[in-house]
Design a protein around this ligand. Structure first.
Ligand SMILES: [Mn+2]
Length: 275
């Protein structure tokens, strides 16, 4: 059983925790959430656009919301599709992505939530080399500590972080249509969620007697026409939470990545970002 990671699941972020982390910048704190890059099946243009966005906007906190790496070679799926990158090559590409992220960004903390694809490594080891499975850890293979990136990997089913009143995670739930997944998560759990995993964009709100709850599906940054899926119902995007002094008053934006001719484009506060 993997050691609990410093109790992050239990840790409640208080506003002053973030104030400390961001050097006392209470106003206009920005949290960027993106996920499902699926290296080596990333959309290079989408990834380059996000790096450009980060460089300019400089979020205070970044959450990589799972499935950054695909681990195709050790999946249970059929490998006869000619995709063929080795685990080592995938790890090297993922490490380069993280190095670049740290180079362009001053964000602190940067969380890396382990999605079902990261968990593939541990499951593979347990199936095939159980006796030494606890000797190999993705966070160590990627040398996350050296980069100052915090892995969230306490659970083999799903992982999340709680920042303010937002639960940001790679929840183990999928529905067929946009926003249906978060509709179901909200119904079960009654909290604000930002879900990765489904590769769709969607928002769903419910107003209860005492509060309004919001669920967001944040899209993906992978190639949305890969060889291994036919005509997937996927969209690319990111999420930005902006906090004006208190989380309960935070504003959240779902930002779609668009194709304009051969360019990948997104709009944020009237600025146009383009590859
Ligand atoms: Mn996933």
């Amino acid at each position: 059983m993997r050691k609990m990671f410093e109790g992050f699941l239990d840790a409640m972020w208080r506003d002053d925790d973030l104030l400390r982390t961001t050097g006392g910048v209470a106003m206009n704190t920005k949290i960027l959430v993106f996920g499902d890059v699926h290296i080596p099946f990333q959309d290079e243009d989408a990834v380059n656009l996000i790096f450009k966005f980060i460089k300019k906007v400089q979020p205070d906190v970044i959450v990589i919301n799972g499935d950054l790496i695909d681990f195709f070679a050790i999946s249970k799926w059929d490998k006869g599709l000619g995709e063929g990158k080795t685990v080592k090559e995938e790890l090297e590409e993922t490490r380069s992505f993280l190095e670049k992220l740290v180079a362009v960004s001053k964000a602190s903390p940067i969380y890396y939530i382990f999605g079902n694809h990261e968990i593939r490594l541990e499951k593979y080891l347990i199936r095939n080399a159980k006796e030494i499975s606890d000797l190999v850890k993705l966070e160590e293979l990627l040398r996350l500590k050296e980069l100052g990136i915090i892995p969230i990997c306490t659970n083999r089913v799903e992982n999340y972080v709680k920042i303010g009143n937002w639960y940001i995670g790679h929840f183990n739930r999928v529905s067929k249509h946009s926003a249906y997944t978060v509709k179901n998560i909200i119904a079960d759990r009654g909290v604000n969620v930002i879900q990765a995993h489904v590769h769709r964009l969607g928002m769903h709100y419910v107003t209860f007697m005492d509060r309004t709850v919001c669920g967001i599906e944040g899209g993906c940054l992978c190639d949305i026409n890969p060889k291994y899926v036919v005509n997937p119902n996927w969209q690319q995007g990111i999420v930005v939470i902006e906090n004006y002094g208190h989380y309960s008053k935070s504003s959240v934006q779902l930002i779609e990545l668009k194709d304009e001719g051969k360019k990948k484009v997104l709009y944020f506060h009237g600025d146009r970002f383009s590859t």
